[in-house]
Structures are given as structure tokens and as C-alpha cells.
Ligand binder design. Structure first.
Ligand SMILES: [Zn+2]
Length: 113
């Protein structure tokens, strides 16, 4: 079994990299939309920029949320509660933790909703 701390750290680095590339794109789109004519009501490009901006901010929110989940998982690891289901207190399977290192519930509880 590989080290969950290393797995979480790897997950964090990937998420931070994704977030920084998203916010880089985000800043670029905001800057380019600021440079363009403010009266873009009938400009199809203005609509595209608004759409891209909302997509990027949704993705950035997801990445932020995922970082918070990683932090919580690191805390559970430190407390010795990592890999234990929040609901039924049974161990979460190694396969599930590999697929989803931040999982708080076992597959049975997760699919029960
Ligand atoms: Zn469970």
C-alpha cells in the first residue's frame, strides 16, 4: 500500500497547479474583456467571453473546494481517522482511497447517498 500522506500531497499539488492555470486563464479573459468595447450586448464575442468566464470560475470553485477536502483528509490522517467511513466507522477500501484519496465514506455508504 502506498503512503496516503504522499498521495494526498500529490493530489494537492495537482489541484494547486490546476487552480493556478485556471486563474491564469481567468485573469487573461478578464483583462481581454476589459480591453474590448464595454458595449458588447450585441457582440457575439462578448457573450463567449462571459460564458468562458463563468465556466472558469465554476472550475476554480471546484478546485478550491477540492483543496479544502484535501486539507480535511490531511487532518483526518493526522488524527488517525483517515480511511475510516464517517457513517459506518468501517474501513474504506484501498481501491476507493486510491481512486478518491479525499473519500470520507465507504463505497456502500456513498452509494446509499
Ligand atoms: Zn460506510
Amino acid at each position: 500500500m502506498d503512503d496516503p500522506a504522499a498521495r494526498l500531497e500529490c493530489e494537492r499539488q495537482e489541484t494547486v497547479a490546476r487552480l493556478s492555470s485556471l486563474t491564469g486563464d481567468f485573469d487573461q479573459i478578464v483583462a481581454s474583456s476589459r480591453d474590448s468595447n464595454a458595449d458588447d450586448e450585441h457582440d457575439p464575442e462578448g457573450a463567449t467571453i462571459a460564458f468562458e468566464r463563468s465556466q472558469l470560475s465554476a472550475l476554480a470553485r471546484q478546485a478550491h473546494h477540492h483543496l479544502a477536502e484535501i486539507d480535511a483528509a490531511v487532518q483526518r490522517l493526522a488524527a488517525g481517522a483517515y480511511g475510516i467511513c464517517d457513517r459506518c466507522d468501517r474501513p474504506i477500501s484501498e481501491a476507493r482511497l486510491q481512486a478518491r484519496p479525499v473519500a470520507r465514506t465507504c463505497i456502500g455508504c456513498a452509494s446509499a447517498g
